[in-house]
Each structure stands twice: as structure tokens, then as C-alpha cells.
Design a binder for this molecule. Structure first.
Ligand SMILES: Nc1ncnc2c1ncn2[C@@H]1O[C@H](COP(=O)(O)OP(=O)(O)OP(=O)(O)O)[C@@H](O)[C@H]1O
Length: 299
């Protein structure tokens, strides 16, 4: 039996439309399943946890975006039950990383006959995540985009990255950099005048912005990108435009490193963005959990 979680608010309603088509095909193929059209993360977690205890579950499918995936992996981490993802969110950074299909027919063939791969997870305090955890200007940008009146318009056109670009320009003009103490694998550092500290298991967030270009979710380590020590003018004219290229940046103001365990504390309370969701968690303790999730490759 398969379990499906559908978040009708993902992608401004896209998930429900995709589900109608998927449900028809599942019936045609006589695939046994249970579904939840979910209204909250708690409801999803309870439903998945109960289903795993009371059924022989072949896989749990998410019809939604990175936030919905995040609610499901809290129950699937360190189990042998695979996750299947049908990208129906706004950013879909997890699906993009693994090149997952958004064709209903291909998705169904993938869950029935596809291969699984074992991927690493990030563990932030007591919560698991697949993509990236970021502290700094990115959280302000994410908050702006989530509440922007123009988001549904760009969502329809499939141009969510343009919505992020608009929000980024506004935020870069007003964001106040911060100081942070970080420890990577027991090595302490002081990060002065930081704009952004991002820990990536995968490469991108914000609908495809490659913030950790060399991240590999199967290598047992995270990639850290720090953007710090430069003034607003240089940040806006040199670093932000270079970030948009998605390539590693060899310039003052950007530092890359890798590790397995990280702590961050900042000189003021800054929210954290984790798998596209904004959470309050400071100080941050992040660990890589190697090979903690089975992912169905519905490519
Ligand atoms: N399991 C869930 N059930 C219902 N609502 C959820 C669940 N998980 C998260 N949410 C809420 O629904 C919102 C939208 O979900 P989701 O992240 O899947 O879509 P999105 O924001 O459009 O896509 P993306 O995160 O890929 O940009 C989240 O911001 C969160 O507030």
C-alpha cells in the first residue's frame, strides 16, 4: 500500500490539480493507497506515523513542495520506507536536485518500478531537513516572497525565481548584517559583519538559487557558504549578482567550507530558514545524518 499526502496550499493550489490526475491513474493501475489532504504538519505527521504502524507501506508520496516534504521526513528519517515526491510547490528545490518528474504518468511508473537511493539528511536541533538551513538575509527575503501579492502571478508563469529576485533587491537595501560565532567540527570561528550563513545538504533554495554549488546529498558532509565582511555597496554590486550565476564565487566576501557538525550563535535573534520554512531556533546545532532517508527516483 502507498500513502499520499496532498497539501492543497502548496504552489498556490497546484497540488490539488495534480492530485486529481494522479488519483485517476492510480485507480486505473489498481494501485492500493491511502491519502490525506492535509491541513497541518501535525496532522500529516500523525497520519504518516499511524499508517507506518498499521499498514505494510511501500512508500509515502508527497504532492506538494519542500515544506510538505519536510513534515513527512520527520517520520521517515532512519526508516526503510522510501519517500516519493511529486513536485507541486512553488520552489520545489528537493525535486530539482534529484531531477524528479512532474509528469503524472511517469511518477506512477516511478513509484511502481523505480529505483531508490539513500540520501543524507541535515538534523537541525531535533528536526530533519533535506535541502539547506540558512541564517541571515535569506530569511527576510523568504518572508517577503511568501507574503508577496506578486507570488501567485509568478507561480502561474513558472517564474518563482523572479519573485525572489524582486524581494532580494528590496531586502538588500535595508538588511542589517550580524556577527556570529560558529564551530565547524570543533573548529571555532568568529564571523564579522555576516549577511548570510548557509549550510547545504543539497545545492539550492528559493526556487533554484544555487547557494551551495558543490553540495552533494550522498557524500556524508554538508557544504557551508558564508557571505560576510563586506559593505552593502560591494554586497549588492559584486556578490548578489555573482550568486545568481549558480557557480562557485572566488571573491572577497564569500567563504566555502565542508563539515559534519556545526553550531551557530548570532549577536541578535535571527530566524532560520530550513527546507523553505521559517523557524525560530537559536543557537543552531546542525549535524549531517548520513544515508538517513530512502528516496524513490521518480525521474
Ligand atoms: N504537511 C502539511 N500539511 C499542510 N500544510 C503544510 C504541511 N507542511 C507544510 N505546510 C504549510 O503549507 C505551506 C506550503 O507548503 P509547501 O512548502 O509544500 O509549498 P510551497 O511553499 O508552495 O512550495 P516550496 O516550499 O517548494 O517553495 C508551508 O509554508 C506550510 O506553512
Amino acid at each position: 500500500m502507498f500513502i499520499f499526502i496532498i497539501n492543497s496550499s502548496s504552489g498556490n493550489g497546484k497540488a490539488t490539480t495534480f492530485w486529481r490526475s494522479l488519483e485517476k491513474k492510480l485507480h486505473t493501475e489498481n494501485v492500493p493507497f491511502k491519502k490525506l489532504v492535509s491541513t497541518s504538519t501535525n496532522e500529516t505527521r500523525h497520519f504518516v506515523s499511524h499508517a507506518l504502524k498499521t499498514n505494510q507501506v511501500r512508500a509515502v508520496g508527497v504532492i506538494g513542495g519542500d515544506g510538505t516534504i519536510s513534515s513527512v521526513i520527520q517520520e521517515l528519517a532512519n526508516t526503510s520506507i522510501p519517500l516519493a515526491i511529486f513536485p507541486a510547490g512553488s520552489g520545489n528545490d528537493t525535486a530539482r536536485m534529484f531531477n524528479l518528474t512532474n509528469c503524472p504518468e511517469q511518477f506512477i511508473q516511478g513509484i511502481l518500478h523505480g529505483k531508490t537511493t539513500c540520501i543524507d539528511l541535515l538534523q537541525l536541533n531535533d528536526r530533519f531537513g533535506i535541502t539547506v538551513a540558512g541564517v541571515g538575509i535569506d530569511t527576510t527575503i523568504e518572508e517577503k516572497v511568501k507574503h508577496a501579492s506578486y507570488l501567485p502571478f509568478f507561480n502561474k508563469l513558472g517564474l518563482v525565481s523572479l519573485a525572489y529576485l524582486i524581494a532580494s533587491i528590496g531586502t538588500a537595501l535595508t538588511f542589517k548584517p550580524f556577527n556570529a560565532k560558529i564551530t565547524i567540527d570543533h573548529q571555532k570561528q568568529f564571523v564579522h559583519h555576516a549577511w548570510l550563513i548557509v549550510c547545504g545538504n543539497t545545492t539550492s533554495y528559493g526556487g533554484g538559487l544555487k547557494i551551495c554549488p558543490d553540495a552533494n546529498p550522498t557524500d556524508g558532509q554538508f557544504n557551508l557558504t558564508m557571505f560576510h565582511g563586506i559593505n552593502r555597496f560591494k554586497a549588492m554590486t559584486r556578490i548578489f549578482p555573482a550568486l545568481l550565476t549558480g557557480k562557485p564565487i572566488r571573491k572577497n566576501g564569500i567563504t566555502y567550507s565542508v563539515g559534519k557538525e556545526l553550531t551557530i550563535s548570532t549577536d541578535r535573534l535571527i530566524p532560520v530558514i530550513f527546507d523553505g520554512e521559517i523557524i525560530q531556533a537559536m543557537p543552531l546545532h546542525i549535524k549531517i545524518q548520513p544515508h538517513a532517508l530512502q528516496l524513490l527516483l521518480t525521474t
